[in-house]
Design a protein around this ligand. Structure first.
Ligand SMILES: [Zn+2]
Length: 242
């Protein structure tokens, strides 16, 4: 895929800024797959989506990641540096449906997609969100061979379904090992490519708009004119303004 142009990236930022994370994910995904229909992108399993977004991130900002986290044991703030290869996982093989057996229960399901997350906007309770997600993704629930409602699955059977989803689609649920340099506490740090890439894109967009503001103020050029300048030429003018 070709990398989106500066103007396209600004458009992605404009569409996703202040929006729910799923909306941002779709805006980024549309930038990586121009011409694809939104409902097609929204029905990609999360892992496949995030693999595309990880590729996009490498293309735009490189393979090295830097982030901040806090040790859950001692509160020490830790700078994390890692490579894209450390957060790259396999993606689901096939679209399902998939089946998991837990005790007397046999559950058939498909993998969560971005369109499922749309329904979770404003659901802040984690258990309620998970139940809503299962209700959408579970297509059949049997107990000793007889159909029951997905909502009647006991917690351990529901856990078995979500665990199986992560096994099938590892890129959808990424975490990596971190150890605290101060107290040696070790934990699994979650990695969300959408949050990461969005933060970087927003910071890049604000930097670019600030440069547009400086040049427009000094030369009365239009935003279009300024964005048409190559970054090299734009920076040369910005240096002259210092
Ligand atoms: Zn610590």
């Amino acid at each position: 895929m070709g990398a989106p142009s500066e103007a396209e990236l600004l458009g992605i930022w404009e569409r996703g800024e202040g929006q729910w994370p799923w909306r941002r994910a779709l805006a980024l995904l549309a930038g990586a797959a121009p011409g694809a229909a939104e409902d097609e992108l929204a029905s990609m399993p999360i892992g496949r989506r995030d693999a595309v977004l990880l590729d996009l991130r490498e293309q735009l900002f490189g393979s090295a990641f830097t982030g901040l986290t806090a040790c859950p044991a001692c509160g020490e703030e830790i700078e994390l540096t890692f490579n894209a290869s450390e957060v790259r996982r396999a993606t689901a093989n096939g679209d399902g449906p998939f089946t998991v057996n837990a005790g007397p229960y046999e559950v058939t399901f498909r993998l969560p997609v971005t369109a499922d997350l749309v329904q979770l906007d404003g659901v802040s309770d984690l258990d309620a969100a998970r139940a809503a997600l299962l209700a959408r993704c579970v297509t059949s629930t049997l107990r000793d061979g007889a159909a029951i409602a997905a909502a009647d699955l006991p917690a351990d059977a529901a856990n078995a379904v979500t665990a199986r989803m992560s096994e099938i689609d590892p890129q959808a649920d990424v975490s990596f090992d971190v150890a605290c340099p101060s107290c040696a506490h070790a934990w699994l740090e979650p990695f969300d490519v959408v949050t990461f890439l969005w933060t970087e894109l927003a910071s890049w967009a604000r930097g670019l708009l600030f440069n547009v503001h400086q040049l427009a103020s000094a030369y009365a050029w239009s935003e279009d004119d300024i964005l048409r300048l190559s970054p090299v030429r734009r920076n040369a003018y910005l240096e002259m303004l210092q």
